[in-house]
Design a protein around this ligand. Structure first.
Ligand code: FAD
Ligand code: PHB
Length: 400
């Protein structure tokens, strides 16, 4: 068996693993990244698109935001439609912070290129990772690298392998507690080759269910529909998707939606999950490996980036002078931010969606909440602070 040595073994080359590897290399710390899928697959996987201001800043500081700064679409507000009317939530006017629309797969491409340019080790197509001795000071991952069995030994292992990864599953029973919630609906998402019909995102609350008009570029639209929890994609031919989007996104009975070829489609379950703690021995989990949120508030990637930034700083402190303080605080500090993200994602999910159990009473309560949001500056400001990530920045600053 071949033995490879490094400082941090990173499992998963999604945004969390790649960014961690890059932030570590900027501080002179070596890592080896092992990823189950091929490079082509991770570069094409369509997912998040809304980057908070703080996330953009981290990518800029890491020197991987040149293309993002050129191509990302900066937003200062969103549209909220309900009861056939339209309202604007001017989040930048309320908070001073903007958001940026830039596809997650573009962030992944930029990070892979940066790792490549720096000579970083990222191994794709490795589907047999198993972890050993994570409680010792020589934790290791065994897997097949270039058709040869290998053991990768590091000082630490970072589990950045997403919700379905192997790292969380390697922990002994009883070493962590999982908190979970499943919603009784899902999102059907499409990426379409058509200029967005709107400059700002549109969140539409409708009696037939929620719809979202988002975008990735001036030529590519991203749209979502609330659907049943186990909805078969086969039940949604293109014409039905567009008809449903037109109906749910109409204002004052008027429909106006650009339509074009659908490039990709998928159904995303709406659920929440948090594991506590996010560390076991020398294994540290980050991003979706440790927690997921329903996509309503677009927090998943942003929380993942916040974890990784904290973890990189904690490893750097340990390598600089052996201090454990930041590593010991990693789980606690991350979880405070994660629960804030969970809370806002739950608020936004219940504000926007039609629940199967809703009666006339719940529908009226939701209408009253929406009215409050568009008529009270105080409510809109509190909402906007969460939406743009300012609340999390304050929480982090308060904890330091
Ligand atoms: P992942 O992206 O899941 O990456 C994990 C990586 O590990 C993958 O490449 C996987 O192949 C690899 N892996 C898994 N198992 C193994 C193994 N055994 N060995 C080696 N490698 C392994 N978030 C936002 O912030 N804003 C949004 O607008 C937003 N919209 C979303 C829309 C949708 C439809 C969905 C599904 C998600 C959305 N999210 C959004 C959430 C966001 O996409 C995730 O939070 C983000 O991908 C987390 O990154 P990660 O690197 O932690 O995990
Ligand atoms: C997206 O573009 O994928 C997106 C945008 C805003 C959200 C959720 C998802 O609230």
């Amino acid at each position: 068996m071949r033995t490879l040595r490094t400082q941090v073994v990173i499992v998963g080359a999604g945004p969390s693993g790649l960014l961690l590897s890059h932030l570590l290399s900027l501080r002179g710390i070596e890592s080896i990244v092992v990823e189950r899928r091929t490079r082509e697959y991770v570069e094409q996987r369509v997912r998040a698109g809304l980057l908070e201001h703080g996330t953009v800043e981290v990518l800029r500081e890491a020197g991987v935001a040149d293309r993002l700064d050129r191509e990302g679409l900066v937003h200062e507000g969103f549209q909220l439609r309900f009861d056939g009317g339209q309202h604007r939530l001017p989040f930048t006017e309320l908070t001073g912070w903007t958001t940026c629309m830039y596809g997650q797969q573009e962030v992944v491409k930029d990070l892979i290129r940066a790792r490549e340019a720096a000579g970083g080790a990222v191994h794709f197509g490795i589907d047999d990772v198993a972890l050993f001795d994570v409680e010792s000071d020589a934790p290791r991952a065994r897997c097949t690298v270039q058709d040869e069995p290998a053991e990768i030994i590091g000082d630490f292992v970072a589990g950045c392998d997403g919700f379905h990864g192997v790292c969380r599953r390697s922990l002994p029973a009883g070493s962590f507690t999982a908190y979970e919630h499943a919603y009784p609906f899902a999102w059907l998402g499409i990426l379409a080759e058509v200029p967005p019909s709107t400059e700002e995102l549109i969140y539409a609350v409708h009696e037939r269910g929620f719809a979202l008009h988002s975008m990735r570029s001036p030529r590519i639209s991203r749209l979502y529909l609330q659907v049943g929890p186990e909805e078969p994609l086969a039940d949604w031919p293109d014409a039905r998707i567009w008809a449903e989007l037109r109906t749910r996104l109409a204002v004052d009975g008027r429909e106006g939606l650009n339509e074009g070829p659908i490039l990709s489609r998928g159904v995303t379950a709406m659920r929440s999950f948090v594991m506590e703690p996010m560390q076991w021995g020398r294994l540290f989990l980050a991003g979706d490996a440790a927690h997921i949120v329903p996509p309503s508030a677009a927090k998943g990637l942003n929380l993942a980036v916040a974890d990784v930034r904290r973890l990189a700083a904690a490893f750097a402190a340990w390598y600089a002078d052996g201090t454990m303080e930041l590593l010991n605080r990693y789980s606690r500090d991350s979880l405070a931010a994660v629960w804030q993200g969970q809370e806002f994602s739950a608020v936004m999910t219940s504000l926007l969606h039609r629940f199967p159990s809703d009666g006339a009473y719940e529908v009226r309560l939701r209408r009253a909440r929406l009215q409050e949001l568009v008529t009270s500056r105080a409510s809109a400001t509190a909402f906007a602070e969460n939406y743009v990530g300012l609340s999390r920045a304050r929480l982090v600053a308060g904890g330091e």
